[in-house]
Design a protein around this ligand. Structure first.
Ligand code: ADP
Ligand code: MG
Length: 698
């Protein structure tokens, strides 16, 4: 039997393959490009392409594609085969350095938010050598960035790479100030925990809402939901176990370090977590993971739902973005060190994150904003839409002592003086207890928990990297000019704690009283919906910060704001139309038929014996008829709201109408239909119920 170590990464053109298949000179040159971003000359590119092609052919590949991440949030690929005609009428297999480095997909149908005028419909893709090429099916996939000919980023990878560079640059300045001359680069790394639902294909096929929108738009609460807490970490059912086994195998072949898997809180909900890696690789891997989760499910007669809120009243799915920054020689900059000096450095990086999260709460909220995630944030299962940070009691006590120049009552009960005192080692157990915080320190990393399960992790990490780079830049500017390094450092840390204390909250983030305190006392932002937050992407302070670090151009930001709002409007519009359709053609007829049949039964009964009681039937027919009326009215109201969307002047106005008119009308229609479900005989109901779906996998 083949063991995992035999096939792990077998479909990846990784370092092992490069070493074995490239000449020493080509390998060294490619390594320099990967590690230091050095330009690759065409001779080297040709040699790499040749080796890549031979390797891919030996694995049965026939095609290659530049694999990229357009602003649709999913990945895109356009396959070209390796074949090229040979003079004798046959074919040869070809792949050049030029084809490796640059591609020109006909990209006019990808969203560009006005960035690409129609006359320059084509964009180009450029190889990202820092993420290994891999084989998927019979295709060699080359991870690439996607730009317009004007040089504007049309994808998520380009700004992510730029944000990593911004963070690298500023973090290195700080490290040099602390006397570190050896680190060559600083990178952020991420381990994203991915939640998902598994249901049977029969259930999925029977629900138009799931098929068209990825979530149920109707469905009364089942008799049994998640109230018993019997699913979380429960025994994994054989069918799910078989799925997870194959999923792991497929991921491992692609070099994705799938590590942990367990059942989640809701019935049919599960989680998969990989071992963390460099942010851009983690992003590529997470996109691949989501794709393969769905593919493998299909092979098992299952469907993997990645929507943030597939079922109302049942926990939704998120993605925890575990994030830290470390040097190329392996020092985690968010880990408290062993010496007082290292501790001072740790505290400065910690403060940089605190300042970043407070100053750019809006950007973090924006980075996770989608119509789907709006249902989840603040719904008592996920962090609220208010961004705050959890640091844990120990670290909080340290910060308090620094802020107030008071003794730190830790293990040693000494006055905290930076650069002199040793910090306690923070125990993971004491830092990871708060599961309700949107942004929690977990011992040596932060866990950003607001991401939705279907979000690309690129957006959150672009904002996080950039905002922290900005804090570090402000610190470095001051420290480089300081006469007395230590006292300036101490003052700066103290000031950060004072100025940004409001963002630190160690209590229960799910509590309503917290939202009141956060917004009314602390002045934190509470953007409940995508329509609320997205326009703030273009606030001056955000544009200034993101452009000054060269993460986005102004045009790119404008285009993104527009595309994200368009996505929001389109998503809800499709949902509304699906609801109208299901209500009109499936639910209303079922309710009407059941009412009519019941009424017929009453006549039959009375014909048999006019004295038979039929109060129950009469009441039922009355209620069903009333609900049918109500459903018809609500459908009409929603149809009206959809028509009035055409009057909106721009996408901002349209998204506001969606939020204020369309979504509430959808809710009203749903309430009437869900009540009808509870009194309509099951045999009449036109599609599977929540109970059927949630307990379908056995
Ligand atoms: P949980 O949050 O479920 O208790 P863990 O804390 O063990 O799980 O791990 C969560 C994720 O955090 C994993 O993907 C892990 O690889 C990742 N992780 C651990 N250390 C780091 C780090 N230094 N940087 C980024 N991610 C990390
Ligand atoms: Mg976690």
């Amino acid at each position: 039997m083949k063991t995992v170590t035999d096939y792990f990464g077998s479909m990846v053109f990784d370092d092992r393959v490069m070493k074995a298949n490239l000449s020493a000179k080509v390998y060294a040159s490619l390594k320099k490009t990967i590690d230091e971003g050095a330009q690759l000359d065409i001779g080297v590119a040709n040699a790499v392409a040749d080796a890549m092609k031979d390797w891919a052919l030996s694995k049965g590949a026939t095609h290659f594609t530049h694999w990229f991440q357009p602003l649709t949030g999913i990945t895109a690929e356009k396959h070209d085969s390796f074949i090229s005609p040979s003079p004798d009428g046959g074919v040869i297999m070809e792949f050049s350095g030029k084809e490796l480095i640059k591609g020109e997909p006909d990209a006019s149908s990808f969203p560009s938010g006005g960035l690409r005028a129609t006359f320059e419909a084509r964009g180009y893709t450029a190889w990202d050598p820092t993420s290994y090429a891999f084989i998927k099916g019979k295709t060699l996939c080359i991870p690439t960035a996607f730009c317009s000919y004007g040089g504007h980023a049309l994808d998520k990878k380009t700004p992510l790479l730029r944000s990593m560079e911004a963070l690298n640059k500023q973090a290195l300045r700080i490290l040099r100030l602390f006397g570190n001359d050896t680190a060559k680069c600083v990178r952020s790394s991420v381990g994203p925990e991915q939640e998902y639902f598994l249901i049977t294909k029969e259930m999925y096929d029977a629900r138009p809402d799931l098929r068209y929108t990825g979530r149920t738009l109707f469905g009364a609460k089942p008799s049994k939901g998640q109230e018993m807490d019997d699913h979380y970490f429960g025994v994994i059912k054989p069918r799910v176990a078989a799925y997870m086994e194959e999923l792991n195998e497929e991921l491992w072949k692609l070099g994705i370090m799938a590590k942990t898997e367990h059942n989640e809180v809701a019935p049919a909900q599960h989680e998969l977590a990989p071992i963390y890696t460099t942010t851009n690789v983690a992003t590529d891997h997470n996109q691949l993971t989501m794709e393969i989760m769905q593919k493998v499910a299909a092979k098992h007669g299952l469907v993997c739902l990645l929507h943030e809120k597939p079922f109302a009243g049942v926990n939704g799915s998120g993605k925890h973005n575990n994030w830290s920054i470390s040097t190329d020689n392996g020092q985690n900059l968010l880990s408290p060190g062993d010496t007082p000096y290292e501790n001072a450095q740790f505290l400065l990086f910690l403060c940089a994150v605190i300042k970043a999260v407070d100053d750019y709460q809006d950007l973090l909220r924006i980075s996770v904003a989608t119509a789907g995630n709006d249902h989840r944030l603040g719904a008592n299962e996920a962090p609220p839409a208010v961004v705050s940070m959890f640091l844990g009691d120990e670290l909080n006590a340290v910060l308090e002592a620094i802020e107030n120049d008071t003794p730190y009552h830790g293990a040693e009960k000494t006055q905290m003086k930076l650069g002199v005192d040793v910090l306690p080692k923070f125990n993971r157990d004491t830092t990871d207890r708060n599961r309700t915080s949107p942004f929690a320190f977990t011992g040596n990393k932060f866990e950003f928990r607001m991401l939705g399960s279907s979000n690309s992790i690129a957006c959150a990490n672009i904002m996080l990297n950039s905002a922290v780079a900005e804090s570090l830049k402000i610190y470095a500017d001051r420290l480089e000019k300081a006469d007395d390094f230590e006292s300036t450092l101490h003052e700066m840390i103290k000031k950060t704690i004072k100025d940004h204390r409001r963002i630190i909250f160690n209590g229960n983030g799910y509590d309503d009283s917290w939202i009141k305190e956060a917004t009314e006392v602390r002045g934190l932002l509470n953007y409940r919906t995508t329509a609320d937050c997205m326009p703030h992407l273009l606030d001056n302070k955000n544009v200034e910060m993101l452009t000054s670090h060269k993460v986005f151009t102004v045009e790119e930001l404008r285009s993104r704001c527009e595309i994200m709002l368009e996505n929001y409007c389109k998503t809800v519009t499709i949902e509304a139309h699906t609801m109208i359709d299901m209500a009109k053609t499936q639910i209303a007829p079922a309710v009407r038929r059941f009412a009519a049949d019941t009424a017929k039964d009453v006549s039959a009964k009375l014909a048999l014996d006019a004295s038979l009681p039929c109060g129950y039937e009469k009441k039922l027919v009355a209620r069903l008829s009333a609900l049918a009326e109500s459903i018809a009215e609500k459908v009409e109201a929603l149809e009206g709201a959809m028509i009035s969307l055409h009057d909106a002047d721009d996408v901002i106005a349209e998204s506001a109408q969606i939020r204020d008119v369309v979504l509430p009308k959808m809710c009203e229609l749903r309430v009437a239909c869900d009540e009808a479900e509870t009194i309509t005989a099951k045999s009449y109901w036109p599609f599977p119920t929540y109970g059927d779906i949630l307990f379908s996998v056995r």
